[in-house]
Design a binder for this molecule. Sequence first.
Ligand code: ADP
Ligand code: MG
Length: 316
Amino acid sequence: ATPTALLVGSGRASQLGIVIKGPEILESTRQIDTMVLDKTGTVTEGRMRLADVLVPDGDEPDGAPRDLVLRLAGAAESGSEHPIARAITEAAAADDGALPRASDFANHAGRGVTAAVHDGDDQPDGGTSAVVLVGRPSWLAEQGVTGAGPDGQVGRLHARAESDGATTVVVAWDGRARGVLALRDEVKPSSAAAVADLRSLGITPHLLTGDNRAAAERVAAEVGIAPEHVIAEVLPEDKLDVVARLQEQGRVVGMVGDGVNDAAALAQAGSRGLGLAMGTGTDVAIEASDITLVRGDLRAVPTAIRISRRTLRTIK
Ligand code: ADP
Ligand code: MG
């Protein structure tokens, strides 16, 4: 391989917003046959929007008013930067102005958040305090919350919202599940074209996410990824294993991601293939990757592969 050709190839890429850590990366780029795409922020915009607040009917034993569920969830999420948290906090503030006071925030990656929330500072009785949890039902159950599973009213509302293809979280306090928040995120306009282009290059696209299966399959269908290539409900610490398993099957894997949660999997992909980070994503993901897509547009992925193939064909 002539160094000059490699430099010309990586120079050409950088003009297109594809920043390659070293010219030798072009060789591994050329060999990729499988591309794992993170969902949120990579295939989708990563800007969630609250679509619905679901609570059991008022006369049910665990009934809590819709606006209370949203207000307490908004306060508990105000300590998190997650797209889910931002959407909930913004919607609660838009609804109610100032959010209740909250402290003792804890974030549990890929699971949910907890906080101590004090509501009703302006009330004559001084208001009430509660430990509020917002997150996935399986994690809430591990925390001792009741009513989030399939036997509870809130659990059933959750299952219904999920089967609609929404991203969903359950809100709980005082040990009981109280309501469900359904969120939606738009697919980026260029994602479907990028996936089609990857296919035309003979590369099999996979979708990887911590989100629920129905929400993941909705996005996959929109961009043209086969349901059997959707890997959903993966905890952050298990994303690396998903990549490793594909590698063990003999595939040369590229992965595209943007989040802190993706960094270990991006590094794993890079160790025997290629890690690519969205330039619009976190610094941790960018540092863990071989290539940065400055514009955060997935169409740069097939472009990078074309450049690598052309460059190395010239050399031989
Ligand atoms: P992704 O793979 O899409 O980036 P994450 O691993 O960040 O997803 O999150 C997976 C799931 O964990 C979410 O769908 C949600 O159920 C739960 N979760 C993560 N962060 C939060 C949060 N701040 N509040 C509530 N739930 C959360
Ligand atoms: Mg992401």
